[in-house]
Write a protein that binds this ligand. Sequence first.
Ligand SMILES: Nc1nc2c(ncn2[C@@H]2O[C@H](COP(=O)(O)OP(=O)(O)OP(=O)(O)O)[C@@H](O)[C@H]2O)c(=O)[nH]1
Ligand SMILES: [Mg+2]
Length: 223
Amino acid sequence: MCESCGCGEKTLRVEIAEGLLSANERLAQRNRAWFERLGVKAINLVGSPGAGKTSLIEATVKDLRGKRVAVIEGDPETRRDAERLAALGIPVAAVTTGGVCHLDARMVHQAFHDLEAHRPDLLFIENVGNLLCPADFNLGEDLTVVVLSVTEGEDKPEKYPQAFRRAQALVITKIDLLPYVDFNLERLIGLAHRINPTLRVFPLSVKTGEGLPAWLDFLHSLP
Ligand SMILES: Nc1nc2c(ncn2[C@@H]2O[C@H](COP(=O)(O)OP(=O)(O)OP(=O)(O)O)[C@@H](O)[C@H]2O)c(=O)[nH]1
Ligand SMILES: [Mg+2]
């Protein structure tokens, strides 16, 4: 309740937010059932702007053998990342959120209508670049993967715990830059595991290819 005038504004805002989240949750469950019916593994990539999400998808698609891949590409503005990926010849559905800081289950649902006919085995969903809002919105994915680059600092699990809590895997990108930045890989992994002890961790570089095989093996091993 707003303390100065008693208008109830805060209560109303909380009720609207809770209503939106539960509507999202219902649609996320429908997405999940849809993906399961088609045998699609949906992977929600969450990370800061420039963490290397699109580059990771590009490198994965180039090296992943024997799997049909499709991508839902979320961006606040422009279709640039979607065009980068479409250039690799994979089906891509672009979602331009118009400044909204996360994808939601409805956006993913609508986008997947354009991809369903391709019958992908893996569906990458590149969320809008940030570590905060996407953590609150279930999309119906099988896996959430946090993508964090070594240029961002190793304190991120403590600052954005919800994203790390939700995730099943952490991809640490740009390890080719480790000699040039103050970044303690072990400390990051320790902090991430303190929040989520079962988190699988994949340090890698798409520039040198180091670490990519372990990530690809992980994708191949998904049930
Ligand atoms: N050195 C190095 N640079 C990388 C690596 N991965 C990505 N980059 C660079 O990092 C920059 C950002 O990469 P993107 O893949 O566009 O990042 P993103 O997370 O998709 O960014 P947004 O979609 O804007 O949120 C690009 O200049 C990439 O070339 C890496 O492993 N090593
Ligand atoms: Mg991108």
